[in-house]
Design a protein around this ligand. Structure first.
Ligand code: HEM
Length: 410
């Protein structure tokens, strides 16, 4: 069967916004989605691990990140809607067939996300522990002082710990499903085989997964590697910018931990990236991405992680820690951004034999377009306002923070 037959043939109208507009907001939205998504993708696992086996500072960071997680998830899920909107707008001829082939797994994202979200809340509330009951005072009971905050020592019930780990596993599984969907969208040639394998009387059953695609595994690992790097940067941002009462010892720990984590991330990303590019890209894609001018983009994407890493590695020579931390955040945003741009270019090139996405006719609908812009800007303002509320309330909330061990949760 010619794969082209499975690409949507029915719709012939132009796309309702200029191509550059769609590409720009798809990439921007995905970059904005990646920042918080990275924190629950790899950050949650790191936090749970450190909370389980780490020492005082590590456990404090873990408790903070897990307590911040409900807000991070809310922000990240909302940002995810932006690229979703634009992928449906300009890539619908590929997006719908690909996600119909794996429909049950695609729908399962919601089924996994809701319990994962609840799971994070349960763990975060278990860390908070007392739900209103007074915390032990310094030197009282089994509470210990860490970095200026009272850190209680309660035992999180095993089931709540398990729920936290299960949530982290669910998030990794959701990431896997997203990578399945997006890699399937990119590789139309794989559709007929999946259709044949999962059809009943000509209709697909929606039970396909793209696991036979060589690009899937390195693509999945690549995002996880980037996520480790974003988590490392968050450790520093949290310690330097968000924690008003962090001790010098805690901040030093944060920089050191971030250096180690970012180094792991860089090695991981480089390995997965090399596997992805040299081991699984089609010769046509390699040819385009390694030819001028795209070679510049490919090269910059490959070395981008070096900048945040260098900032971390040289941090001890710089006295302006807050500026260094801010620079680090901007650099990591740049790493994610350039990865998003490269992915977008590769996606367009992969689809070109079936449809030149950038050359689609347009019938611009200014009303919805202006409405999107207004709502997007308003949405960003609301997110900024929510974050401002969270940060201004943090002293009160984090004063109740408890890192557990020792006493049962009440
Ligand atoms: C329900 C809320 C979510 C929405 C609307 C959403 C939306 C999206 C969209 C549209 C993309 C593709 C972007 C593009 O190619 O331009 C994407 C990619 C991705 N999302 Fe989300 N997302 C959501 C939640 C999550 C969750 C909970 C995870 C869990 C880790 C996740 C992980 C990923 C990953 C790993 C990718 C990259 C897949 C790839 O192309 O390799 N997302 N998301």
């Amino acid at each position: 069967m010619n794969p082209q037959m499975l690409v949507d043939q029915a719709s012939s109208g132009g796309i309702p916004a200029p191509c550059w507009f769609i590409q720009f907001f798809k990439v921007l939205g995905f970059t904005l989605h990646m920042v918080p998504m990275n924190l629950w993708y790899a950050g949650l696992l790191v936090a749970l691990g450190v909370h389980l086996v780490g020492r005082e500072h590590g456990r404090r960071f873990a408790a903070r990140l897990i307590q911040q997680m409900p807000v991070i998830i809310a922000v990240g899920v909302n940002f995810g809607v932006v690229p979703l909107l634009f992928v449906q707008l300009a890539y619908f001829k590929f997006f719908y067939p690909a996600t119909i082939l794996m429909a049950w797994f695609w729908l399962a994202i919601i089924g996994l996300l809701i319990p994962a979200y609840y799971g994070v809340y349960i763990y975060a509330w278990a860390l908070r522990g007392d739900r209103g009951s007074p915390l032990p005072q310094a030197g009282e009971g089994s509470g210990v002082r860490a970095g200026g905050l009272e850190v209680g020592s309660r035992l999180i019930p095993t089931w709540k710990r398990l729920v936290g780990w299960l949530a982290a596993v669910f998030f990794v599984a959701i990431g896997f499903l997203f990578v399945n969907g997006m890699s399937l969208l990119d590789h139309v040639a794989r559709w007929p085989a999946l259709w044949k394998a999962t059809r009943v009387a000509g209709a697909v059953t929606g039970t396909a997964l793209n696991i036979g695609d060589a690009t899937l595994w390195p693509r999945w690992l690549l995002m996880f590697g980037l996520a480790l790097g974003t988590t490392a940067v968050w450790v520093v941002i949290d310690a330097v910018w968000l924690m008003s009462d962090a001790t010098e010892a805690y901040r030093q720990w944060a920089w050191k931990f971030a250096k180690v984590l970012y180094t792991v991330s860089m090695v991981w990303t480089a390995t997965a990236g090399a596997w992805y590019v040299f081991g699984t890209w089609s010769p046509e894609l390699q040819e385009s991405m390694f030819r001028f001018p795209l070679i510049v983009l490919t090269g910059l994407t490959a070395v981008a992680s070096g900048l945040p890493w260098a900032l971390l590695a040289t941090e001890h020579w710089c006295n302006a820690k807050r500026a260094t931390a801010a620079g680090l955040a901007v650099a990591q945003f740049g790493v994610l951004g350039i990865n998003a741009v490269s992915r977008q270019v590769a996606q367009n090139l992969n689809l070109r034999p079936f449809l030149d996405v950038l050359a689609q006719p347009t019938e611009v609908q200014w009303g919805p377009l202006v409405m999107f812009l207004v709502i997007f800007v308003l949405g960003l303002c609301v997110v900024a306002w929510i974050l401002a509320q969270v940060f201004s309330a943090k002293s009160a909330a984090l004063a109740k923070l408890t890192v557990t061990e020792g006493e049962p949760d009440r």
